[in-house]
Design a protein around this ligand. Structure first.
Ligand SMILES: *[C@@H]1O[C@H](CO)[C@@H](O)[C@H](O)[C@H]1NC(C)=O
Ligand SMILES: *[C@@H]1O[C@H](CO)[C@@H](O)[C@H](O)[C@H]1NC(C)=O
Length: 332
């Protein structure tokens, strides 16, 4: 008996290992994503300064790190706030940062099992997308050459060197055009690479909770195949702070609406929805913590599409003792 049990638990441990190292897991309701790069807590020094990416990849509670932001698409531009301190610019293109340290850290994080997604847009992006489908398709090909797998013979500048991100995140917060042909081409390139033996790649989005999301509407409205979306349940009336514990039906907190979207509108019927929350008092309007937050997470777990929790952002989270533990505890 004892040895059987030992064998069973050993097999169990082995079975658990790859999952624990798998980053985003479409079959899990407890994925944890934390944005990194914008140093939202705002410290330039001291214990709460934003550290380099690899520092956070030692944290086994975190599965997914969207890095923010690719804040220009054509021409591409990256901005990582203080994390850009160790970047230089390319002599061939002084408007593009060269960030080998972030590239090195992306690889370190991927080796630790993290899914690293390049987040596009952000509140300061004002490019408006693309003026034609052709421009959108060309931009997708260019970004894939820059941040996807290295292409033999290509002379495109690669800010992260040989590192290949695990996907791209739609985080547009103002009106954009032609984001559907852009996403369709990105997905085609990803699927082609995966079919040829490369790793899986993901397209994600970070819409705001009011439905439908104004800036990412066309892509979300059946246009682009998203693997998971990380909804910003903050800065809005429908946010996490409007969740009423103990009520079966929620009048304002609109996770149900988004679950309906997943089931009826999303191009990917198995798309996962992550509950996005501010990770600290100053990280976003409607900050919620403790039992109220745990209750909202547990309630959201009833939805088939529920995939876990997203937090904004890493610097805020690390300055807020106990917050991550509370989230992980509520995810069970
Ligand atoms: C990092 O960001 C903070 C807040 O924006 C700023 O006060 C500080 O000077 C920055 N530090 C460096 C080294 O750029
Ligand atoms: C810059 O690199 C140094 C040396 O690795 C590291 O200690 C520091 O955290 C880095 N700065 C940023 C902002 O990533």
């Amino acid at each position: 008996m004892a040895s059987t049990r030992a064998l069973t638990s050993l097999a169990g441990a082995l079975a658990v290992l790859p999952t624990a190292l798998a980053g985003f897991d479409a079959g899990s309701k407890s994925n944890v994503a934390v944005y990194w790069g914008q140093n939202s807590f705002g410290q330039g020094s001291g214990p709460n300064v934003q550290e380099r990416l690899a520092h956070y990849c030692q944290n086994t509670d975190i599965d997914i790190i969207p890095i923010a932001f690719l804040n220009g698409l054509a021409p591409p531009e990256i901005n990582f706030a203080n994390a850009s301190d160790n970047c230089t610019t390319f002599p061939e293109d002084p408007s593009l940062q060269d960030c080998p340290q972030i590239g090195e850290d992306i690889v370190t994080c991927q080796e630790a099992g993290k899914t690293i997604i390049l987040s596009m847009g952000g509140a300061t992006y004002s490019g408006g997308g693309f003026s034609s489908e052709q421009d959108a398709t060309a931009a997708a090909q260019n970004l894939w050459a820059m941040f996807g797998p290295e292409q033999e013979g290509s002379d495109v500048l690669r800010p992260f060197g040989s590192a290949s991100v695990d996907g791209f995140d739609y985080d547009f917060e103002s009106a954009t055009s032609n984001m559907v042909p852009f996403g369709v081409e990105l997905r085609r390139l990803m699927d082609e690479a995966t079919a040829a033996g490369d790793k899986p790649y993901y397209i994600t989005a970070a819409p705001q909770c009011p439905f439908p999301d104004a800036a990412n509407k066309e892509a979300l409205d059946g246009g682009v195949f998203f693997d998971f979306i990380m909804i910003q349940f903050y800065n809005n009336f429908c946010g996490i702070n409007s969740f009423v514990p103990g009520q079966e039906e929620q009048a304002t907190f609109n996770m149900q609406t988004w679950d309906d979207w997943a089931a009826s509108t999303s191009l990917n019927p198995d798309v996962k929805i992550m509950l996005g929350v501010p990770a600290n008092q100053g990280a976003g309007g409607g900050y919620t913590e403790g039992e109220a937050l745990a209750a909202a997470i547990e309630w959201s777990g009833r939805f088939a599409s529920f995939g876990g929790v997203m937090m904004w952002d890493m610097s805020q989270l690390y300055a807020n003792d106990g917050f991550l533990e509370n989230v992980v505890g509520a995810l069970g």
